[in-house]
Design a protein around this ligand. Sequence first.
Ligand SMILES: C[S@@+](CC[C@H](N)C(=O)[O-])C[C@H]1O[C@@H](n2cnc3c(N)ncnc32)[C@H](O)[C@@H]1O
Length: 172
Amino acid sequence: MIIKIFILIFWLVILLILLFFLLYMAFATISAAPFVPTTKKQIIKMLSMIDKPKTSTVLELGSGDGRIVLSLARQGFQTIGIEINPLLCLWSKILIKKNKLKNAKIINANFWDYDLKDIDILTMYFIPHRMNKLAKKIKKEMKPGSLIVSNAFKLGDWPIHKQGDGVYVYVV
Ligand SMILES: C[S@@+](CC[C@H](N)C(=O)[O-])C[C@H]1O[C@@H](n2cnc3c(N)ncnc32)[C@H](O)[C@@H]1O
């Protein structure tokens, strides 16, 4: 009997976690983009297109499971991931701790409320219908000379600094 109750509680907890995750997926989709991870090949391409000193501060917009944050931090960049979904944040924090990366951190927040003024490089995998809104935010907040690295989607009608394999780089 006790074992049956434990099994029931176990599945209830799993169901609750799943529901919580799906709720945040829906919220993220309305706010910007759902969780779709960048492939390893695209991450390598994105990193290869960053020509800024390793002392730069990089912000990953919507950091998902933290895969890009981890890759950037391993390269030596001061890296911040901002993610709306608390479960993805928790998972990324575990990975950062496990990999002992002191130069990486994750913030559980809505990036529309985050001021980009101290960010040197912005990386992202976003969604086309929010790119114009994002371009306005970047123009208003980021310093001239800052770099934007976007996987898959173009940043409004901004002039492209360089591109390759579906990665677009812009200079503010
Ligand atoms: C397309 S996924 C990309 C995930 C990760 N950057 C990658 O490339 O693997 C977009 C991410 O943005 C997050 N997101 C959506 N809206 C957000 C918001 N307003 N603030 C912070 N994160 C958000 C989603 O939860 C999702 O994890």
